[in-house]
Each structure stands twice: as structure tokens, then as C-alpha cells.
Ligand binder design. Structure first.
Ligand SMILES: NC(=O)c1ccc[n+]([C@@H]2O[C@H](COP(=O)([O-])OP(=O)(O)OC[C@H]3O[C@@H](n4cnc5c(N)ncnc54)[C@H](OP(=O)(O)O)[C@@H]3O)[C@@H](O)[C@H]2O)c1
Length: 283
């Protein structure tokens, strides 16, 4: 396979950082991006090109950054839309601005970066877009509504993008991780609002405590997730000789929960079939 050029968002920790190491190890080139360049100087030393990129910047500013990125190796073959964070709190305790901020990063930031690169992919009639969604793109857990909403939104907009650009030679992949050991739940990255409302106080406290205990004790190994995605993109290893799907859940927990939701949905459709199919005009 020819040497590929990757651009990854959110490389200061977790999956993003792992992507950079794994991409370099496979002999490809990578442009690692982060809000703070000092957080990825070790990746530059490891052989990555680095660029400052806050995905909540304006569309024009992100366009300029992508133009600078394209000038580094003369092309970009793959974009990994990875940067995001999780806001935890009840509907009432999260301020409207907290909801906006959650969507601004996880949804609108991702849209801006992707839109900036799409003309380049379209012109070349090639390119791969990878989006990191979540089990939270399938299931809305209590106190995680804002995050789930952002990932559900991502699922819909990415599915549409895939259908609208596949004929242009653009490949789109949606990855849905379960619980993986990154900094997502760390006090520095997770934004948690403890409930000030007595009706939610105990359950919200238990949830936040539970997430704190899970921080760096999650079952998923980020390296195994990233290596699997690289296999899928490069059609090697576990993906050799296989048809590459648009959507790929990764993790034991996500397998079980997604299967249960599909089965519940099928049961609902069967049990309520007559009612569901009863609302057309009786012509
Ligand atoms: N770990 C899991 O269990 C899990 C499960 C499902 C989905 N995911 C998804 O996986 C992706 C990566 O998360 P992670 O688990 O690796 O967590 P992480 O270790 O917290 O990494 C998140 C990265 O996103 C960056 N980021 C946040 N806001 C940004 C912005 N406005 N502009 C640019 N970068 C920004 C952070 O950089 P700073 O250092 O600048 O904050 C950090 O590098 C996310 O999309 C997350 O939703 C993770």
C-alpha cells in the first residue's frame, strides 16, 4: 500500500495520541493536531508534523489550518475526527451554555473540520473520513444526555454524508467505542456539574463518583481499538480480504448493549406492528 497521509484531531491524549504512534509505526505520515501545541511536542519528536487546531475555531480559521496542513505533504488521505469531550449533568443542572458548548465541540467542530477538507477529497476523488462516535450515539444514559445528544447527532449527519459522497470516491467510517482507558473521564477533561437540585442530588453524585472510579479502569485498550481502525482503513490484519462496513462498534460492552437495543427495537416493531402501520390515509 502506498504511504498515506493522515490528519488527526485531539492528539494530546487518549485515542488521538495513540493514533499518531500507531500510524507512524505502520510507516505512514501523520499531521497531529491539538489545541495546545506544547501538549504534542513529544509527538513531533516521534516523527509527526504538528499543527495547532481548536475545532471550535471559526470555519475560516479552520479552513486556513487545513490549507496549511495540505501544504505539509502536498495531500491528506485520511481525516480522523477524534476531538471531543463529555459533559455530565442533569438536563436542569447543565446550563444552556453547557449544552451549546458540548455540541459546539462534538458536532459543529467536527462539521467545520470535515467541511474544510471535503473539497480536497472531492477534487481528488479519493479520501477517507473517520468519525469517532460512541455507544452514547446509540443509548442515552442518565446524566449524559448532552454527550449522547451530540453523538446521536454525529451518527445522523455522518450517515447522510456517507450516502452523499460515496459516489465521489470518498470513504466514510463511523466508529462506536464502548468504555476505553483514556483521559475522557479524568477531572481535567470531563466537565461534570454536580446537581444542586435535591431530587437528583444522590443519583447524580453516585453517577459522578462512579465515573471517577471508572477513570483509567475502563476495560477497553485504546491501542487495540486504534490498531483495529488502522487495519480497517488499510484493509490489512483483521480486515484483510473483508468488505469494510460503514459502521463499526468496538468493545465488549458496546456489543452487548447495542445487540440488546436492536432486539428491544425488533420486539417493539413486532408487538406494535398493527398500530405502527395504521396511520396512513385509509384510501
Ligand atoms: N474513551 C472512551 O471510553 C470513549 C468512548 C466512546 C467514545 N469516545 C470518543 O473518543 C474520542 C477521543 O476521546 P478520548 O477517549 O481519547 O478522550 P481524551 O483522552 O479526553 O481525548 C480527547 C481529546 O480531544 C481534545 N479536544 C477536546 N476539545 C477540543 C477542541 N475544541 N479542539 C481540539 N481538540 C479538543 C482534547 O484535547 P485537550 O488536551 O486540548 O483538552 C483531547 O486531546 C472522543 O470523540 C470521545 O467522545 C471515547
Amino acid at each position: 500500500m502506498p504511504q498515506l497521509v493522515w490528519l488527526v484531531t485531539g492528539c494530546s491524549s487518549g485515542f488521538g495520541e495513540q493514533f499518531v504512534h500507531s500510524i507512524l509505526a505502520r510507516g505512514d505520515k501523520v499531521i497531529a493536531t491539538a489545541r495546545a501545541l506544547e501538549k504534542i511536542s513529544h509527538l513531533e519528536q516521534a516523527g509527526a508534523a504538528v499543527l495547532q487546531l481548536d475545532i471550535t475555531a471559526s470555519q475560516q480559521s479552520i479552513r486556513n489550518t487545513i490549507l496549511r496542513a495540505l501544504a505539509i505533504y502536498g495531500k491528506i488521505d485520511l481525516l480522523i475526527n477524534n476531538a471531543a469531550y463529555i459533559a455530565v449533568g442533569t438536563w436542569e443542572d447543565l446550563e444552556y451554555e453547557d449544552w451549546l458548548a458540548q455540541f459546539d465541540t462534538n458536532v459543529f467542530g467536527t462539521i467545520k473540520v470535515t467541511r474544510a477538507l471535503l473539497p480536497h477529497f472531492r477534487e481528488r476523488r479519493s479520501g477517507t473520513l473517520v468519525f469517532i462516535s460512541s455507544l452514547s450515539g446509540w443509548i442515552g444514559h442518565a446524566f449524559c444526555s448532552a454527550y449522547a445528544g451530540s453523538k446521536f447527532a454525529l451518527e445522523g449527519i455522518v450517515e447522510g454524508l456517507w450516502r452523499e459522497t460515496a459516489h465521489l470516491g470518498i470513504r466514510t467510517m463511523l466508529i462506536e467505542p464502548g468504555r476505553f482507558r483514556t483521559n475522557l473521564l479524568s477531572t481535567s477533561n470531563m466537565k461534570a456539574a454536580r446537581s444542586e437540585i435535591p431530587d437528583y442530588a444522590v443519583s447524580s453524585e453516585n453517577m459522578i463518583e462512579g465515573l471517577a472510579k471508572e477513570d483509567h479502569a475502563q476495560p477497553g485498550d485504546p491501542k487495540r481499538l486504534v490498531e483495529t481502525i488502522l487495519d480497517m482503513v488499510r484493509r490489512e490484519g483483521v480486515a484483510e480480504g473483508k468488505e469494510i462496513p460503514f459502521r463499526l462498534p468496538l468493545g465488549v460492552d458496546v456489543f452487548d448493549d447495542m445487540k440488546a437495543k436492536c432486539e428491544e427495537t425488533l420486539k417493539l416493531l413486532d408487538e406494535w406492528k398493527k398500530v405502527i402501520r395504521s396511520t396512513d390515509y385509509a384510501e
